[in-house]
Design a protein around this ligand. Structure first.
Ligand SMILES: [Zn+2]
Ligand SMILES: [Zn+2]
Length: 372
């Protein structure tokens, strides 16, 4: 790595030497630039934070209302020791940003996590991914394997609606497990609320508030304790994966359960979850989406952070790009949510199931439960 690099890996996180700040640091630092509010990217303890204006509500909900936070509108520029910093939508979850850095004519972009698929679809709960031209693109690779190709979202949502309606007709609740920040709101925005009442777990509602205050339309939802037994058996229940096997589920009696995640593409992941249904729905780019995003930057150099780094690096090199990887503490889908899910080692779910490719650390899947 040349000393001219605008971003390097350090024990505290990705660091910009000329600007003297960190991007999504995993240890407390003086100045942190945050791509988005998932737990593996936004951590407590830093002195000052810089993030997108769109992420402010959810970021404060997660890190505390009193953090020292400066926000930027999309494409607004701020200068730090001669480095121009601007934020551009990543399409991943509310407020998720790519960080563009410019210094002495060189441009680097740190993607954070992003969503893009082959179908030209966007995540309707946030601003769509915007390609940013750069010399070096630092990309995630959570689903960077050819097996990951998302179907059109409309067909996934009609499967979810059909499953819910069939359960309602059979007199049982439909418990859909999904990460509480990002995936849960995507589901709420995508299902047909005419089918029956919608219940959310207590961990989901504060994040819904962040979405609503940012102007994202979500249907009316209830807390489980506010509904009668007759209504509960008609309900769609959106709850984080950590409720599996917990007493919280008992109130719903006999129910059908399902899990919504990109990992559900793999049969092994569905089996291991031991749920009735797996719906393939991700807030991350699929394999064609990663390729499109990387191509659209025009970058001659690409550095892969979390996910299937080795597979992606090989593919990039085969296509004539200068490619390498950074070891990070980012996890993949699931965003480090909860202890059960995120945090750890990375794609556990990926590696465990998928093929054994190795995946590394990143996957959010760290734990058995992870990933969204
Ligand atoms: Zn992540
Ligand atoms: Zn994320």
């Amino acid at each position: 790595m040349s000393t001219d690099d605008l971003v390097v890996e350090t024990p505290r996180g990705l660091y910009c030497p000329p600007g003297d700040f960190y991007i999504d640091p995993w240890r407390p630092v003086d100045q942190a630039v945050i791509t988005h509010a998932h737990a593996d990217h936004a951590r407590r303890g830093s002195t000052r934070y810089l993030a997108s204006a769109r992420s402010e509500g959810v970021l404060r909900a997660r890190l505390g209302a009193d953090i020292d936070l400066q926000t930027l509108d999309w494409a607004e520029t701020v200068e730090h020791r001669g480095v121009q910093i601007s934020l551009h939508p990543a399409g991943h979850v509310l407020g998720a940003a790519q960080v563009r850095l410019e210094h002495r004519g060189r441009v680097w972009v740190v993607s954070g996590d992003y969503f893009l698929s082959a179908h030209d679809e966007r995540n309707p709960t946030c601003d769509p991914f915007e390609p940013v031209r750069c010399h070096c693109f630092i990309t995630e690779s959570t689903f960077g394997m050819p097996v990951y190709r998302w179907r059109p979202q409309a067909s996934v949502f009609s499967e979810i609606n059909e499953w819910w309606a069939a359960n309602r007709d059979a007199g049982r609740a439909s418990v859909l497990m999904a990460y509480s920040f990002g995936k849960a709101q995507r589901i709420l925005a995508g299902v047909d609320p005419a089918i029956g009442p919608i219940v959310v777990h207590g961990s989901v509602e504060p994040l819904n508030e962040g979405y609503r205050s940012a102007g994202v339309a979500l249907p009316n939802v209830h807390r489980a304790q506010d509904l009668s037994k007759q209504d509960l058996v008609r309900a769609l229940v959106v709850a984080p994966p950590s409720v599996a096997g917990s007493p919280w589920l008992k109130r719903f009696g006999t129910h059908s359960d399902a899990f919504a995640s990109g990992w559900m593409q793999l049969r092994g992941a569905r089996r291991r979850r031991a749920v009735d249904r797996g719906f393939v729905l991700s807030d991350h780019a699929d394999w064609p989406g990663l390729q499109r995003a990387i191509g659209a930057t025009g970058a001659e150099r690409v550095i892969v952070t979390h996910g299937y780094e080795a597979v992606m690096v090989r593919w990039l090199q085969q296509h004539g790009l200068q490619a390498g990887s950074f070891q990070t503490a980012f996890s993949g889908e699931g965003g480090g949510e909860g202890s059960a899910e995120g945090s750890g080692v990375g794609s556990a779910e990926g590696s465990a199931e998928g093929s054994g490719v190795g995946i590394g650390d990143g996957g959010d899947a760290a734990s058995p439960a992870s990933d969204a």
